[in-house]
Design a protein around this ligand. Structure first.
Ligand code: BTN
Length: 251
């Protein structure tokens, strides 16, 4: 694996094969590891996605987890998944071939041409005092995408990107992440929200949402000031959704 130049404050642990980079980092975090450790692996044997799905993890793609210890309330911590999504989108956009425009699907999936190319899995632990932590796990399909997903999936090579080493993509992503984390810490969520609305898919359009134990549908009115999805219900009324899987209708 190549040694990428990481922004100040990050330390890299490069591994060949792990069950899940999030699990390696969680064990380190629980043992007292300071913020800034980044774990990257060539292959994951038990990569995890959101909603308890597995994340296909053969060699060639990016599997990375970043450890943070932000001093924020759990409701604000959830915003970090949107922060990470924007950083990743920018890292991909600067390498994208002409005419290719990556988009964000709420809250933080990355799509190209309607197919998923990357995802973010945020795992946190409130912990006592400074022992709380957040792990931002990121998977990007660079050279291959799984065929058996419940949604269309693609990879960067299929989308016309030039060949790219996972470690180089990681370096670009972390550069962007540092900037967005600083804005989030200093200015709060407002600028993150503006960026997300610029790159987000389906604002104003019809959506179906799978929530825990129910499904709802309506119109994706806007991203709220805290990062939730504002839904105008088909039967009238509004709901602010903070977690769920979105299906864009007719997008
Ligand atoms: C999603 O469902 O969209 C999130 C996918 C997150 C996958 C990454 S790969 C690195 C890290 N380790 C894991 O086991 N999952 C995340």
């Amino acid at each position: 694996m190549s040694q990428p130049a990481l922004p100040a404050g990050f330390r890299l642990l490069q591994l060949a094969e792990v069950a899940s980079t999030n699990d390696v980092l969680r064990a380190r975090a629980l043992a007292g590891e300071p913020a800034g450790l980044v774990v990257i692996a060539e292959v994951q044997t038990a990569g995890r996605g959101r909603y308890g799905r597995s994340w296909s993890s053969p060699a060639g793609n990016l599997y990375a987890s970043v450890l943070l210890r932000p001093d924020r309330r759990p409701a604000e911590i959830a915003q970090l998944s949107l922060v990470a999504g924007i950083a990743l989108l920018e890292a991909l956009a600067e390498r994208a071939p002409a005419g290719c425009k990556p988009r964000l699907k709420w809250p933080n999936d990355l799509l190209i041409d309607g197919a998923k190319v990357a995802g973010v899995l945020l795992e946190s632990d409130a912990g006592p005092g400074e022992r709380g932590f957040v792990i931002i796990g990121t998977g990007v399909n660079i050279t291959s995408a799984p065929a058996d997903t419940p949604y269309p999936a693609t990879c960067l090579i299929e989308q016309g990107f030039a060949p790219l080493a996972p470690a180089d993509l990681l370096a670009g992503y972390l550069q962007r992440l540092v900037g967005w984390l600083d804005r989030w810490r200093i200015q709060g969520f407002a600028e993150i929200r503006r960026a997300w609305r610029r790159h987000g898919l389906g604002l104003g359009g019809a959506v179906r949402l799978r929530l825990e134990g129910e499904e709802v549908s309506g119109r994706f009115v806007d991203l709220s000031e805290s990062g939730a999805l504002l839904l105008e219900l088909a039967g009238g009324g509004r709901r602010e959704i903070s977690a769920g899987e979105v299906f864009h209708i007719g997008a």
